[in-house]
Design a protein around this ligand. Structure first.
Ligand code: 13P
Length: 250
């Protein structure tokens, strides 16, 4: 049981079309209920649905974010990309940066750092993803990897208040596996400590992501130091998403 304020970020990845948008009606209803007092729901649909989500959620407390952005703060000849200014223009408040699926596709720490700088300049709140590979975990390199990603991704960043960290162990994403509570707590505290030392700021929110579902939320919610969840697959099924939110506070 927790009364702590929690984030529930729905990362729809490359799923969803204009017909799926009505599936979130039940989540909108939930957002008007008492349980919502302690929670912030953020939808991050694909670019093609961003504007529809913004319009649909206009008079609700649910917010909208993008899943990535280009690092250039100015318009330019970058076929297929969208920058943070364009995202802000749509009245989105958030952008996910550094997701492992984009790191795998070539995003470097340096590029991620530029994306974060440009998103902050455009007044977006950044959901900055970090996490280790299974090989790194087995070799006990998790903390080295996490601090490296934090230090490189947040190089020369001043405005830590507009950054939320999402700890997503790569081996946990879409696999049904989650870390043991004791390991997860240790890594969450480690991340918070690195940030505290680096920025002299204690309040950065750290979310957990990776196979969060209505079953394992009963274990995950016991870790009070987790400030919320970044949810992939289960967030596309409104019943599961609602179940996760309700069970977090039960
Ligand atoms: P799953 O919840 O599907 O494992 O995805 C996690 C994720 O990558 C969220 O960003």
């Amino acid at each position: 049981m927790t009364n702590k304020y929690k984030y529930f970020v729905a990362n729809w990845k490359m799923f969803g079309d204009i017909r799926t948008i009505n599936s979130i009606n039940s989540v909108i209803r939930l957002s008007k209920s008492k349980i919502f007092i302690n929670s912030k729901i953020i939808y991050c649909p694909p670019y093609t649905l961003l504007n529809s989500f913004v319009q649909k959620l206009k008079n609700t407390k649910i917010e909208v974010g993008a899943q990535n952005c280009h690092e250039s703060k100015d318009p330019g000849p970058f076929t297929g990309f969208v920058n943070s200014k364009m995202i802000k223009n749509l009245k989105c408040k958030y952008v996910i940066i550094g997701h492992s699926e984009n790191r795998t596709n070539g995003d470097t720490d340096n590029q991620i750092n530029k994306k974060i700088q440009s998103a902050l300049k455009n007044d977006l709140t950044v959901i900055f993803c970090i996490g280790e590979k299974i090989k790194e975990k087995k070799e006990k390199k998790t903390k080295r990897v996490l601090s490296g990603q934090l230090n490189k991704g947040l190089k020369n960043i001043k405005n830590i208040k507009n950054i939320i960290i999402a700890y997503e162990p790569i081996w946990s994403i879409g696999s049904g596996l989650i870390p043991k509570n004791i390991e997860l707590l240790d890594n969450i505290l480690f991340i918070k400590n690195v940030l505290k030392k680096k920025f002299k700021y204690k309040k950065t929110k750290v979310l957990y992501g990776g196979s969060v579902n209505p079953k394992n939320i009963k274990d995950l919610r016991k870790i009070n130091q987790i400030d919320g969840f970044l949810i992939g697959g289960a967030s596309q099924k409104p019943n599961k998403f609602i179940d996760i939110i309700k069970k977090t506070f039960k």
